[in-house]
Design a protein around this ligand. Sequence first.
Ligand code: SAM
Length: 286
Amino acid sequence: MSIEVSNDKGCLYVVATPIGNLGDMSRRAIEVLSDADLVLAEDTRHSGRLLRHLGIERPLLALHEHNERERLAGILERLAQGQRIALVSDAGTPLISDPGYPLVRACHEAGYGVSPIPGPSALIAALCVSGLPTDQFEFRGFVPRRESTRHSLFETAARANATQVLYESSHRIVETLGEMRAFFGAERQLTLCRELTKLHETVRMGSLDELTEWVRSDPNQRKGEFVLVVAGAPAPESPQDDVLDPVLRVLLEEGLPVRQAAGIAARLVGGKKNQAYQRAIQIRQE
Ligand code: SAM
C-alpha cells in the first residue's frame, strides 16, 4: 500500500502523535515527519525521543505557549522558502489544549497551506468510549485553575444539554470531582477516562456521587491523565398539560379566541404555540 504525502512546498503539517501507546503512530505521520525540513515541537527533548524511537532524524525547534508568537516571523520565512514544516505536541493532536493556534492562523493569513495528519486525541478517544451521546458535545479544555473561572464554567456546563468533555490532571482530580458534584448534582452521569491507551487504562461510568467516592477511596484511581465526559442536562420538558390547561381554560373562559389564548398561554408557560393551540381546540370542544 502506498501512502500519499503531498509534495506541495511551503506547507505546515499538523501531525497527531500517540497519547500513550506508540502503536498508534500512523504511517502517514511517520512519512511526513521523515520528510519535514523542520519539526516544531512543544518540548524538543520529549519529541526528540519519539523521533529517535521511529528512526527519524530531523531538525527540531521548540514551539510552546511562551515563545509561539515570537517564533512566527521566522517560521513564515521558512515557509516562504518552500520548506515543509511539521508541528507536533507532546501527545495527541496539536492545538487541542496545546500550542499552535497562532501559527495555523498566521499560515492562513499569509496564504500557506495547512494540512492535517490526523490521529490520536484524548478528547475523541474518551468521547467515543464514554457511552454518552456523541451527536452533540462541548469540549471545555482543562478545568480552570482559578476558582472564579472554574465555578462559572461549571455553572454554564451544568446547564448545557450537550455532552461535556473536560481535561484534568491527577493533582486535582478528587477536588474537581467533588466540586462538579456540587454544580452538576450527585446523580449526573459521568464517564471517567484515565490513562487511555496505556497500561492502566480505565473507563468507568457512574453518577458523580459514585465516581467521586470511588476515586477518593482508591489512590490508584487518582494517578495519571484524565478526561471527564459528563452527560448533558436533560432537555427541558414541554409544558405539561396540568400547567398549560388551567391557563388556557381561564383565557378561553374570558372569551379570548382560541388562537390568541394559545399564543398568550404559550408565552406564559414557555411551550410551543402550536402545541398550546391544539390543546386549546380540545378544551373548547370539551
Ligand atoms: N493535545 C492533546 C490531545 O489531543 O488530547 C491534549 C494535550 S493536553 C496538554 C493534556 C491533557 O489531555 C491531559 O492532562 C489529559 O487531561 C488529557 N490526556 C492526554 N493523554 C491522555 C490519556 N492517555 N488518557 C487520558 N487523558 C489524556
